[in-house]
Design a protein around this ligand. Structure first.
Ligand SMILES: C[S@@+](CC[C@H](N)C(=O)[O-])C[C@H]1O[C@@H](n2cnc3c(N)ncnc32)[C@H](O)[C@@H]1O
Length: 266
């Protein structure tokens, strides 16, 4: 995913209109007015002394927030953007680092802001971001969640569709609080706050649901296998021959694969 996002940044990013920001239409000053107004109070309420913002994008809207003495660490997968941010905005209080939020060990902070990332990456990579957050020991997660009924997956880690963190495969509970993060003409979405414990429990629910899905798949396949075997037996009896059906061979292979998946998940 690093290659695709880096290429996009090299082409100027998700620029729109007057090219105000490389991070897309959701990162302009107009779009972020409400969150820019509300975030300082939220940071104060949760005593955030160090914030990890992953992904930080080009830091366009965040550079307009007065966060007082708070330390800020911005992480993004695009090295060139991190270098540009460091040159433009870096200071002792503001650091920018390169990293993949789904795999790079995250520095421990008081809160992880994960805005507008998961809709661009695969569901499994998004679950990895949540696992990575839990491992980091950071107590609070503030992340983007849309209002949709189904979370579709995408082919690769470089696409776009709305993601709801409160339904399968994420299963996060109702957030402690949420800030409306959209404007007219765009889909409804919120920045939602969860504790590390809530995210950890949701990941356990996600793993249980995955095992159940695999078990159900294995059961349907067993039933299909039995049906085909019975059909084959009848056909053989009628024709008097014995011919191994390729479908059965394929099903056996799939059955073995599903067994292996189940073993891996458990
Ligand atoms: C739509 S922008 C949002 C940036 C920022 N959060 C904001 O609100 O303006 C998405 C950003 O995610 C970065 N990105 C994509 N995949 C990433 C990953 N796995 N880890 C860290 N950053 C990633 C991209 O380079 C891009 O800067």
């Amino acid at each position: 995913m690093k290659k695709e996002f880096s290429k996009l940044y090299a082409r100027g990013g998700w620029k729109r209109g007057d090219g105000e920001t490389a991070s897309g239409a959701g990162s302009t000053l107009q779009y972020t007015e409400q969150i820019r107004n509300e975030l300082p109070a939220l940071f104060a309420k949760y005593a955030v002394k160090t914030l990890l913002d992953a992904p930080c994008g080009d830091f366009n809207w965040f550079s307009h927030i007065d966060v007082g003495a708070m330390d800020y660490i911005g992480m993004d997968i695009v090295d060139a953007m991190v270098a540009d941010n460091t040159r433009k905005y870096g200071s002792r209080q503001r650091r920018f680092i390169s990293g993949d939020a789904s795999t790079t060990p995250l520095p421990k902070a008081d809160m992880l802001l994960c805005r507008d990332l998961m809709r661009h990456i695969k569901l499994e990579a998004s679950l990895d971001v949540l696992r990575n957050f839990v491992r980091s020991g950071t107590p609070w997660l503030l992340a983007t969640s849309y209002v949709v009924r189904h979370n579709a997956d995408i082919e690769k880690n470089f696409g776009s569709r709305p993601i709801n963190l409160m339904i399968e495969p994420f299963f996060l509970p109702k957030p402690r609080l949420k800030i409306y993060d959209s404007i007219e003409g765009f889909r409804k979405r919120y920045l939602c706050l969860w504790s590390r414990e809530e995210v950890e429990a949701a990941l356990a629910r996600s793993a249980t649901a995955r095992t159940a899905r695999i078990d159900a798949g294995a059961r349907s396949l067993d039933a299909l296998y039995d049906e085909i075997t019975a059909f084959q037996a009848t056909r053989e009896k009628l024709s008097g021959g014995s011919r191994r059906d390729e479908t059965l061979v394929m099903l056996e292979a799939i059955r073995e694969l599903i067994k292996a998946m189940g073993a891996e998940v458990n």
